[in-house]
Design a protein around this ligand. Structure first.
Ligand SMILES: NC(=O)c1ccc[n+]([C@@H]2O[C@H](COP(=O)([O-])OP(=O)(O)OC[C@H]3O[C@@H](n4cnc5c(N)ncnc54)[C@H](OP(=O)(O)O)[C@@H]3O)[C@@H](O)[C@H]2O)c1
Length: 220
C-alpha cells in the first residue's frame, strides 16, 4: 500500500514512516517544503528499514492509497483545504489532537467538537476519515524495535476505512481496537491532554493506554 504522510517531517510521523516502510509499504513523506521532506526520506531510508520518498504535501497525497495527517491543530483546517480535491475517495487517518498551547494538559474542545469531525466536514462524505493513534507517543514509535504498551482506538463511520486503518495499525506493531463511530473521536482526542498531564506529573517519556477484558481483539 502507498501511504502519504502530510506533515511527514514531524515528531510523530518519523516512527510511523519507519515502521510502515519496514512492514513493506511504500511511504511518501510530505511537507510544506519538498526539499525538507526529501532530506527526511533519505535519512530514514539510510536506516535500512525500507525505501522512502519525500516531496511536498500535495505530491505525497496524490499518489497515495491512504493519507495520514500529522500536523498541529493550528494548521489542520488550512492543510486539509489545500489537499481536499487530491484526496477525494481516499482513506484519511487523522491523528490530530486539538491542543491549544499553552494549556496542552487541559481538554479544550474545538469548534467542531473534534478535529476529526472537522476534517470530515471539510473533506465531505466522499472521503472517509478515521480518527486514530492519538495516544501513541512519537518517542516510542521512533525506535522501530521498541515494543509499545499502547492500544490504538479507531473511530470512523466507514467500514472500508476501518479495515484499512486496522491493518496499518497492526503493521506498526500495535493492537487496533474498534472504538465506534467518528463522533467518538471527541473522547479519543480528549484523552491526549490527560496523557500529557501524566507525562509531566510522573516524568514519563510517553504514557499510553491499554484496555483489559477484550480477549478476542487480536483476531478481529
Ligand atoms: N508527537 C506525538 O507524540 C503525538 C502523539 C499523538 C498525536 N500527535 C498529534 O499529531 C500531530 C503532529 O504532532 P507532531 O508532534 O508530529 O507535530 P510537529 O512535529 O510539531 O509537526 C508535524 C509537522 O507539521 C508541519 N507543520 C507544522 N506547522 C505547520 C503549519 N503551520 N502549517 C502546515 N504544516 C505545519 C511540519 O511539517 P513541514 O514544516 O515540513 O511542513 C511538521 O514537521 C499533532 O496534531 C499532534 O497533536 C502527536
Amino acid at each position: 500500500m502507498r501511504i502519504g504522510i502530510v506533515g511527514g517531517t514531524g515528531k510523530e510521523a518519523r516512527g510511523l514512516a519507519l515502521r510502515w516502510a519496514r512492514a513493506g509499504h511504500s511511504v511518501a513523506i510530505g511537507s510544506r517544503d519538498a526539499e525538507r521532506a526529501r532530506e527526511r526520506a533519505q535519512e530514514l531510508s539510510a536506516t535500512g528499514h525500507g525505501a522512502l520518498e519525500g516531496g511536498d504535501n500535495l505530491w505525497a497525497v496524490t499518489g497515495a492509497d491512504v493519507v495520514v495527517l500529522t500536523v498541529p491543530y493550528g494548521a489542520h483546517g488550512e492543510t486539509l483545504r489545500a489537499i481536499t480535491d487530491a484526496v477525494l475517495g481516499k482513506v484519511i487517518i487523522d491523528l490530530t489532537v486539538p491542543l491549544r498551547p499553552p494549556k496542552v494538559s487541559t481538554v479544550q474542545l474545538p469548534p467542531g467538537q473534534a478535529a476529526a469531525l472537522e476534517a470530515q466536514a471539510i473533506l465531505g462524505a466522499g472521503t472517509p476519515v478515521v480518527a486514530a493513534l492519538h495516544h501513541v507517543s512519537g518517542v516510542h514509535l521512533a525506535d522501530p524495535d521498541h515494543t509499545i504498551a499502547c492500544d490504538v482506538l479507531i473511530a470512523t463511520d466507514d467500514a472500508r476505512a476501518r479495515e484499512v486503518a486496522t491493518s496499518l495499525i497492526r503493521d506498526l506493531g500495535l493492537r487496533p481496537l474498534d472504538a465506534g463511530p467518528l463522533q467518538n473521536a471527541i473522547a479519543l482526542e480528549s484523552l491526549t491532554p490527560i496523557l500529557i498531564h501524566l507525562n509531566k506529573r510522573y516524568k514519563s517519556p510517553g504514557a499510553g493506554v491499554v484496555f483489559t477484558g477484550i480477549p478476542d481483539a487480536d483476531s478481529t
